[in-house]
Design a protein around this ligand. Structure first.
Ligand SMILES: [Zn+2]
Length: 355
């Protein structure tokens, strides 16, 4: 009762009320070199020190809302040529007004700078490692591992929720979808499911096979969820394009998650009956050659249906790719270049009943 009386007397003038300032642990929110007081937007960087290879710097924006609330991190560009997702997070920096916000937004639009600058898909060209496979990272590893280590400390550990945005890479013709990761903790899984539904993409992959050990989390989203923070990943965009529809899906989805978390005013309008996919079947090439797709992204294929063929460099067919199971083409190879072991397509197997 005494605390309530103090709060009522102080109203919203926190600066005049030392007892309330002490309670607001996030009155100033610091991520890397970005330090934002309540009601402020701050820009800065996560500094990744040099090790066995060069140092790097990852840009970060912190929007500290005028009112207290949860901290939501939104990261993109772990794969630096998945452009639509990078542009979407850039747009969020100015789309959210700190005066309207309850809680804190941590925005990292481009985690993999080398991949973006040199237009190298899938990996960081400095050490040839995917930036979404080495979390929680190592302080004394190569650049990807050190960057992952810094992101774990500065972004994951400081947030309550995380969204990791991706899109089809340069060689992937992808239809938009989200991942819902099952952690085995029913309360957390319900919370992350509600976030995924609020985000609004109408196709959702149920990821039940992700690591459960926080020390071996591998993926960024998994690094947050194995640390007890309801989180998810989503993808929109394809083959190097920045289409307005794809960017809008990611921007509006992020804003809807903020509404769902009561960080912004208004209702989230969650997607009603999404297509749930219970697993992903990866179709890889057995040969080097030229790839010709027979289906588009988003197509439903029956088991055994032809999804493409491969020729040698003189146009002679040397292989055919067929669907090992019925499902939805979540993405198909977007370019003719193909070598043995490359992904031709991912097929999402539809779950018959909603989870
Ligand atoms: Zn990606």
């Amino acid at each position: 009762m005494k605390r309530l009386a103090t709060a009522a007397a102080c109203g919203v003038v926190l600066s005049l009320c030392p007892s309330l300032v002490a309670q607001d642990a996030r009155a100033t929110f610091v991520v890397g070199t970005a330090s934002a007081a309540r009601g402020q937007r701050a820009l800065g960087a996560l500094n990744v020190p040099a090790g066995s290879d060069p140092a790097t710097e990852i840009a970060v924006a912190v929007i500290n809302g005028a009112k207290p609330g949860p901290a939501l991190a939104i990261v993109s560009g772990l794969h630096g040529t998945e452009y639509a997702s990078i542009i979407a997070v850039e747009r969020l920096i100015d789309a959210v007004d700190p005066a309207q916000l309850a809680g804190t937004l941590i925005l990292v639009p481009l985690a993999n700078v080398g991949s973006f600058e040199q237009m190298v898909p899938h990996v960081n060209p400095v050490d040839n490692k995917s930036m979404n496979r080495f979390f929680p990272g190592r302080a004394n590893g190569t650049q990807t591992e050190r960057a992952s280590y810094v992101m774990t400390r500065e972004v994951v550990e400081k947030c309550d929720h995380l969204i990791d945005l991706h899109g089809g890479d340069l060689d992937e013709s992808l239809r938009p979808y989200s991942y819902w990761t099952l952690t085995g903790n029913p309360k957390q899984d319900e919370a992350s499911k509600a976030m995924v539904l609020a985000f609004g993409l109408d196709h959702i992959i149920i990821a039940a096979d992700r690591p459960k050990d926080p020390a071996q989390s591998r993926y960024l989203e998994n690094t947050a969820s194995t640390r007890g923070k309801p989180s998810f990943a989503a993808e929109a965009g394809h083959a190097g394009t920045v289409e307005t529809d794809d960017v809008n899906l990611l921007v509006n989805g992020s804003l809807n998650v903020m509404r769902h978390l009561k960080m912004l005013p208004g209702d989230a309008k969650p997607v009603g009956q999404p297509v749930w996919m219970e697993k992903i079947v990866n179709v890889t090439s057995e040969r080097n050659g030229i790839f010709y797709p027979a289906v588009r992204r988003g197509t439903f294929v029956e088991k055994g249906m032809k999804i493409g063929h491969v020729t040698d460099y003189l146009g002679r067919t040397i292989d055919e790719a067929r669907a090992p199971e019925a499902g939805i083409i979540t993405f198909i190879r977007a370019v003719p270049s193909l070598k043995k072991g490359d992904t031709i397509a991912n097929i999402g197997v539809v779950k018959k009943t909603a989870p």
